[in-house]
Write a protein that binds this ligand. Structure first.
Ligand code: GLA
Length: 417
């Protein structure tokens, strides 16, 4: 079974389009969508100026949108029950960090950032270029209806998918329909600002960059300091392998203190070492750096430095087409997150350990941690055995059964219609 089979049967763009017509009694001006992601390796390295290696999922969130002229934004979403839930409209001029909150904070935050960036007709910015004073701008308002199948709270970046789909929709309403790689990276930074400054979650750039910049059939190597990207071919199917996603259904939230605590710890360590970021500690200088740090920061720094090295190692294997060889690197990453960064949880550890015992070549939790999903690199021939073993282990432990699907590297954000 492919990941696409596992996504909900209805196409998110169709669902958003239909819901838009039923809510507003007219067709949307267009439908745009953006994917969730899994991170193959490179966890919590993004806000330390490090390296990450995500790929986009086939699961997407779609935004059907049309312009308004009264300065209001309306938001509606289609729930998993198929019902449309509308939020109270908000005036663009009244948007401010934290208001509105809840899920509509994500699209509202994007509108807030785009407004500050001066996005006007033809998607130009206020500081010059080809601004079209007569074109639609975010200030005029918009109707947005959002639907899709990226699991929420599963560590698969549903928030980045909403942000990026909204950004693409609002830019599309302003007349921008084509984005080159550098524009996509800029949109990702805007989406990240919405999450950091409006929603108030201090994430790095991994999720939004993956959602905007990933390409079908590839993993994205991203240097979070320079912003440089490389599309690395990743054809697991061709190698008889699958990346199995195991969603523990333990809901994670990055808004709690744990994520921010880890981030503060690593930033403090960099300050104490007199470095711009932990990216600047290498495996060669690690021992010396650890000697100079208080005990509580040592495991955090060790994770970041070794994780960056693991991303580089995994990338080398993938460039050589040696997909199976990343297995041990994935395993080491999980151990580091479990024991040093301490962001795993019993359900994630059980998923990883069981997958390994049942024949996976490597397995690790993916995303922010404290719940959410693990991935396992499995031989396709072993996949059913791994899935059955994980289900049995979760039943025996009295945990809720995980959702599992095969993740196939898919396309980044784009216009559907
Ligand atoms: C979340 C954040 C990302 C990144 C990961 C951990 O997904 O949104 O910025 O820090 O956690 O790698």
């Amino acid at each position: 079974m492919t990941a696409a089979d596992q996504a909900t049967t209805a196409n998110p763009a169709d669902t958003a389009d239909d819901a838009f017509r039923s809510v507003h009694g007219r067709a949307p001006a267009g439908v745009w969508s953006a994917p969730g992601r899994v991170n193959l390796i490179g966890e919590h390295t993004d806000y330390n100026d490090g390296f990450v290696l995500p790929f986009a999922l086939p699961h997407r969130l779609a935004a059907a949108a049309a312009p308004r002229e009264d300065g209001k934004l309306t938001f509606a979403t289609v729930g998993s029950d198929g019902r449309v839930h509308a939020e109270t409209p908000v005036a663009v001029a009244d948007l401010q960090p934290g208001t509105p909150d809840g899920w509509s904070g994500y699209p509202a935050g994007v509108a807030w950032v785009l407004r500050q960036a001066g996005v006007r007709g033809h998607g130009t910015t206020g500081d010059g270029g080809t601004a079209d004073a007569g074109g639609w701008s975010v200030d005029r308002g918009a109707d947005l209806v959002i639907a899709g199948d990226v699991p929420t709270g599963a560590g698969l970046s549903s928030s980045a998918a909403i942000e990026c789909a909204t950004a693409m929709a609002l830019l599309g309403l302003a007349g921008e329909h084509d984005q080159d790689a550098s524009r996509r990276a800029e949109i990702a930074r805007w989406a990240q600002r919405a999450e950091n400054e409006f929603v108030g979650v201090p994430t790095g750039s991994l999720d939004q960059t993956a959602s905007m910049c990933c390409v079908d059939g590839h993993v994205l190597f991203l240097d979070c300091r320079s912003g440089e990207t490389e599309q690395v071919p990743f054809n697991a199917t061709g190698a008889g392998l699958s990346v199995l996603v195991i969603d523990t259904q333990v809901k994670h939230s990055l808004g709690g203190s744990e994520y921010g605590d880890r981030r503060e710890g690593t930033e403090k360590a960099a300050r104490l070492l007199g470095l711009p970021a932990l990216r600047d500690v290498t495996p060669d200088t690690l021992a010396d750096a650890l000697d100079r740090l208080p005990a509580d920061l040592v495991p955090l720094v060790r994770h970041i430095v070794t994780e960056n090295a693991r991303v580089l190692e995994a990338s080398r294997y993938l460039r050589d087409g040696r997909i199976a060889d990343i297995g041990p690197v994935l395993d080491a990453s999980h151990v580091s997150m479990r024991d040093d960064y301490r962001i795993s949880c019993p359900e994630l550890d059980l998923a990883v350990d069981t997958a390994r015992t049942a024949g996976a070549l490597g397995s690790r939790m993916t995303g922010g941690g404290f719940g959410g999903s693990a991935i396992a690199l499995v031989r396709e021939n072993d996949r059913h055995a791994v899935e059955a073993a994980v289900t049995t282990a979760f039943d025996a432990a009295g945990y809720r059964r995980p959702r599992m699907f095969v993740a196939v590297p898919s396309a980044g954000a784009g216009r559907d219609r």
